[in-house]
Design a binder for this molecule. Structure first.
Ligand code: GKR
Ligand code: MG
Length: 419
């Protein structure tokens, strides 16, 4: 392999897709039958193609299309300049650095994939090399309905996970996760039922899987007082409590008396949030996510900042497919101070992947770091075409967990905090 060819970017192909998603419940409502992502193909003048994956939705799609205009002609090895150029182009219309981060991140991953392909080296080598050859992931447990109910002429859509609406259902789902993927740690998405019911589910998990790490994440469904109550109840049972309440000051109030470490992927989501979070001692664990922290190299830098301030590190996930899982695995493999297993939604969505199967496998609760050039995964063009058609035909353009819930339960009210 050599880089003697022309490494300038000829084109960034941006393809929105939709894929099936089960009825997973959260503090905002319920997942719709389809989830949205955007697949990037960064084509270089020499024909090399780098892959990227980003969350979908109209706003993010439009920003990626804007980025596609900016990057043409730039060198794929100039990732700092590329990110700066995209950031500058978005700044006038996208004031939030967190929001701009979603775009620069997706493009950076595609650049690193292309660089790795040019050099014949896995992306993890471009991040300083692997400190682990397998990355541990947690089973991501959700309260869920047995099926998407029949709606507007569409038949009900079931799945092979079944219903989970109480502690027994959650334990059963955890057993399935263990059986299918060998997970050795468990995260429960909470904020769905009154806190005592979710405490009971965690206790049932602790009994079923003694000594295995457990986490609970209600996505800010609780007041400061309720958060403190849950933290006291689950002292010694959870490894950490994730986003029990809203905002850095709220989390700091909870942290003052919490016997449990607090984690977030909601109140510290941009560089400017780190200083107040550290000053107020609001969190003890940061869930990083390369999809909005600026890409894989910035995530590596974030890990160093966490190390400096004594923050433990874990990893956040949203509904995603294999290009994202590959990127998450490469960066997690390169971070020495990854203190907890990473989150992943992959088991819920992997049946509709856009990559050629065989490279990424969740086994014994971990993914082996792909050893091929770049991210080590190949695009399945037929699958991409099919999922793009699904996107076009579905008419779905933005995630709306609350709106979907209201169509099924018209009296559903979004209230945060709810308890
Ligand atoms: O998929 O319902 C979900 C999750 O709640 C997701 O949207 C969150 O971003 O996984 C996430 C979290 O840890 O907060
Ligand atoms: Mg979370």
């Amino acid at each position: 392999m050599s880089t003697s060819g022309d490494t300038r970017i000829r084109e960034l192909v941006v393809t929105p897709i939709a894929f099936r998603d089960p009825p997973l419940l959260n503090s905002n409502g319920v997942h719709e039958p389809l989830a949205l992502r955007v697949i990037l193909q960064l084509v270089l003048e020499d024909g090399t193609v780098g892959l990227g994956e980003s969350p979908g939705g109209t706003a993010r799609l439009e920003r990626l299309k804007a980025a596609a205009k900016v990057v043409v002609g730039m060198d794929v090895f100039d990732t700092t300049a590329l990110s700066a150029a995209i950031d500058a182009a978005l700044l006038p219309t996208v004031p939030s650095s967190h929001e701009r981060g979603w775009t620069t991140s997706a493009v950076e991953v595609a650049c690193l994939d292309a660089q790795g392909r040019l050099l014949g080296r896995p992306v993890v080598d471009l991040l300083g090399g692997a400190v682990r050859d397998h990355v541990p992931f947690a089973a991501y447990l959700f309260y869920k309905w047995g099926e998407h109910p029949a709606l507007d002429g569409r038949a009900a859509v079931g799945d092979d996970w079944g219903e989970a609406l109480d502690p027994a259902g959650i334990v059963e789902q955890a057993r399935l996760m263990r059986q299918r993927y060998g997970f050795r740690s468990f995260k429960l998405k909470g904020g769905v039922f009154p806190p005592d019911e979710e405490i009971a589910a965690i206790r049932a998990l602790a009994e079923a899987f003694p000594g295995e790490p457990l986490r609970l994440d209600p996505n800010t469904a609780w007041t400061v007082e309720t958060s403190r109550y849950v933290a006291r109840e689950l002292d010694g049972v959870l490894e950490y409590l994730e986003d029990p309440t809203k905002g850095i000051p709220g989390m700091a109030e909870v942290a003052k008396n919490s016997p449990l470490p607090l984690a977030t992927n909601m109140c510290v989501i941009a560089w400017e949030h780190l200083r107040p979070a550290v000053e107020q001692d609001a969190i003890q664990v940061l869930l990083t996510d390369h999809h909005y922290w600026g890409g894989l190299r910035r995530t590596r830098e974030l890990a160093a900042v966490c190390e400096a301030f004594g923050l433990a590190l874990s990893m956040h996930s949203n509904s995603h497919l294999g290009i994202s899982l590959a990127a998450m695995t490469h960066v997690a493999a390169a971070i020495p101070n990854l203190d907890h297993s990473c989150d992943t939604h992959y088991p819920w969505n992997s049946a509709d992947d856009v990559i050629v199967p065989g490279v990424l496998e969740l086994r014994d609760g971990a993914v082996a770091v792909p050893s091929g050039p770049g991210l080590g995964v190949e695009l399945d063009h037929d699958a991409l075409g099919r999922l793009h058609r699904l996107y076009v035909d579905s008419g779905m353009r933005t995630r709306d967990d609350t709106g979907y819930m209201r169509r099924i339960q018209p009296d559903y009210e979004l209230r945060l905090p709810r308890w």
